[in-house]
Unconditional design. Structure first.
Length: 285
């Protein structure tokens, strides 16, 4: 978090001449918060594993990422955390899910996040671990994702052409480009500098940031159970974009919560209760 604050301070000090390299740091550096005692205890109970993915854009090498498993059930459930987060931040959800029989719960820290290798991160470094875990442990029956992790789940499923029995998204990010613009605008980055960054993004990844829009990526059959939780006043997962996504996919069962916000939604007792009931109903069905 200290590094991110330093980056923001530098940008605000001279917003008219911001090096593009600093904007890459602003957008792609994921702040790392230390584990709390209860989170450490949760991870100590887990069966730990490590896999690798290739970072072609920043580190330009294989990066190890750390994963955690709880339970020995026959149904696999995969959790993908959001930006600036880690597997242990799902502590309350994981503890609730551990009470369900016949589940194997898998979570991981994406490269550049939590305990995993990497200085900078990006959406692809969330998608690649989902694919690596699926190849190593088998196809997950249930996927849960928060924020950027929810976007990564949808894109990974689309690219792998696999269909889960249940998909759960919590405050999903819908449009990557607009999220970048919001992050830059909130710290005073000029329009010219924003345009230059987005141009450099397209040059690096051979695709514009607008390519990553969930409306274009969601391809699951309407019969697939999809439960989505959101707060209409969420400043990160903007409701206007979410509504557009839900209007285009009316088979999605969405649940609105109030006064929770983007980060705290995964710790809400009501959200956790409802999520667990959705998972239980899917296992029975």
């Amino acid at each position: 978090m200290k590094k991110l604050k330093q980056i923001i301070t530098q940008i605000k000090a001279d917003p008219t001449s911001i090096p593009n390299e600093m904007l890459w740091q602003l957008i792609c550096y994921s702040p790392k918060m230390p584990l709390r005692l209860q989170q450490e205890q949760l991870l100590n109970e887990a069966e730990k594993f490590s896999l690798t993915v290739k970072d072609d854009y920043f580190a330009e090498k294989e990066l190890a990422f750390n994963g955690f498993k709880w339970g020995k059930g026959s149904r696999k459930l995969l959790i993908t955390h959001g930006w600036g987060s880690k597997a242990a931040d799902f502590m309350e959800i994981i503890n609730a899910l551990k009470e369900i029989d016949d589940l194997e719960i898998i979570a991981f820290d994406a490269p550049g996040n939590g305990s995993s290798e990497g200085e900078l991160s990006n959406l692809l470094l969330f998608i690649l671990p989902i694919k690596a875990i699926t190849l190593h442990f088998g196809q997950p029956d249930i996927l849960i994702g928060h924020s950027l992790g929810a976007m990564a789940n949808v894109i990974a499923l689309s690219e792998m052409k696999i269909t889960p029995s249940l998909l759960i998204s919590i405050a999903p990010l819908i449009r990557l480009k607009e999220n970048f613009e919001y992050s830059m605008s909130t710290v005073g980055v000029s329009q010219v500098a924003q345009d230059n960054f987005l141009k450099s993004f397209e040059e690096k990844f051979n695709k514009p940031a607008s390519f990553y829009n969930l409306i274009d990526w969601y391809t699951l059959d309407k019969e697939v159970k999809y439960w989505l939780a959101y707060d209409e006043n969420d400043q990160i997962s903007t409701y206007n974009y979410l509504k557009e996504f839900l209007d285009a996919n009316q088979s999605i069962l969405s649940q609105k919560y109030e006064g929770i916000g983007h980060e705290r939604i995964i710790k809400s007792a009501q959200v956790i209760y409802d999520l667990v009931e959705v998972v239980k109903a899917n296992l029975i069905g």
